[in-house]
Design a protein around this ligand. Structure first.
Ligand SMILES: *Cc1c(COP(=O)(O)O)cnc(C)c1O
Length: 369
């Protein structure tokens, strides 16, 4: 039997009856965009993160782009300002910066956590840098204290890309989405909190920012018939909003199941060819991705495939080698490139069975040179 990397049908079938019931409700309401269900989910998600504001969007990319564009509208950022961002991330983090007219400055990763490296963050700082886009890679929070003191000492805006970290918590009251000035989430189906389509969310405690972002996601609308800003169309629809409200109730327990699997991988995978990731053991990690490293990436991938285990690489082409970004840096990002060549992601999800977890562990442990 093959262990799939992720089985979305199984993940969602746990909610099938209630989703279908909600669907009927939305159908009958006759209101499909920006209705009560979107507002209710925004309220629930803000309370969950501990922020005063949440603004539903059409995707995670749009959530991040809307944050930057709102700061530009508020005069807190201007075209050409530089934004520090980890180079080991998904293409969307960088795209949001450039699409908003800002310039990314790439920061190398830490090889144990896959999160941005603080020495390099400090080294890449210059007077033109006005913000940091911190990505909680694989679901693990970037060191909050270090991040806040860095941003404070240079007077920088701190924006979180929390697309992989729904529910990761620094303390009982401080979760991903409530660490910096604003955060962008994605509800792409594979994320820890996933819709049955596209969706995203901005969280913030800044009501001015929230006000502008709400206008910008709806063409820049300032009242029913008036438009005062050049916005976009990026809204979270009613169907996705009510599916997400349902699934939010299971997020903490789903994240705990992911942590339990990660703990088994960390204690039971023993193989000199494998470097396991760093984990504090706490709730600051929600294991969107379980990424390990090996010098023998291609061989491990084919060994796992032969053993019936679907694995992935995050991300096979490093950001600075993507043709779309080639004009944005001439720096040799050696550690970022090294991760692309050595990283392997194992299956991890709340619907994995004990037998499937055993099979993954056996497959990795039986890998030989
Ligand atoms: C998924 C993801 C995004 C983009 O989200 P979409 O909803 O697919 O646009 C942004 N950043 C990171 C780190 C992601 O993993």
């Amino acid at each position: 039997m093959t262990v799939p990397y992720i089985d979305l049908q199984q993940i969602n079938s746990r909610f099938e009856a209630s989703i279908l019931e909600e669907f009927e409700g939305v159908f009958d309401s006759g209101r499909y965009i920006l209705g009560d269900r979107c507002s209710a989910f925004e309220f629930d998600f803000a309370s969950f993160c501990g922020t005063s504001q949440a603004i539903g969007t059409g995707s995670g990319l749009d959530a991040l782009t809307l944050i930057f564009e709102s700061y530009i509208q508020l005069g807190l950022l201007k075209q050409g300002d530089k934004v520090l961002v980890p180079a080991h991330t998904y293409v969307a983090s960088i795209m949001a910066i450039i699409k908003s007219g800002l310039s990314p400055v790439f920061v190398e990763p830490n090889l144990d956590t896959f999160n941005l490296d603080f020495d390099d963050l400090e080294n890449q700082y210059s007077k033109d840098v006005k913000a940091v886009l911190a990505v909680h890679m694989y679901g693990q929070l970037v060191d909050r204290d270090a991040l806040l003191s860095f941003c404070k000492s240079h007077n920088l805006l701190l924006i979180e890309d929390a697309a992989q970290a729904h529910g990761a918590q620094y303390s009982d009251t401080i979760r991903a989405g409530n660490i910096g000035d604003a955060a962008g989430f994605s509800f792409y189906p594979t994320k820890n909190l996933g819709a049955l389509g596209d969706g995203g969310m901005i969280t913030t405690n800044n009501s001015d920012l929230a006000h502008v972002a709400r206008q910008l996601r709806d063409y820049g609308r300032s009242s029913r018939r008036e438009f005062s800003r050049l916005g976009m169309n990026s809204r979270l629809d009613e169907m996705q909003a009510c599916i997400l409200s349902l699934k939010l109730k299971a997020l903490n327990s789903d994240n705990q199941l992911r942590r339990d699997i990660a703990k088994r991988y960390l204690s039971e995978i023993v193989n000199p060819l494998i470097v396991l990731p760093f984990y504090s053991g706490g709730s600051d990690h929600v294991w969107h991705i379980f990424g390990l490293r090996t010098d023998r990436q291609t061989d491990l991938l084919s060994h796992l495939a032969a053993q019936g285990v679907e694995a992935m690489v995050h991300y096979p082409i490093p950001i600075h080698h993507q043709s779309v970004y080639k004009h944005w840096t001439d720096r040799d990002l050696l550690l970022t490139a090294l991760i692309s060549q050595t990283q392997v992601s194992l299956p991890i999800s709340p619907v994995m069975t004990a037998t499937q977890i055993d099979q993954v562990i056996y497959a990795v442990n039986s890998f030989r040179s």
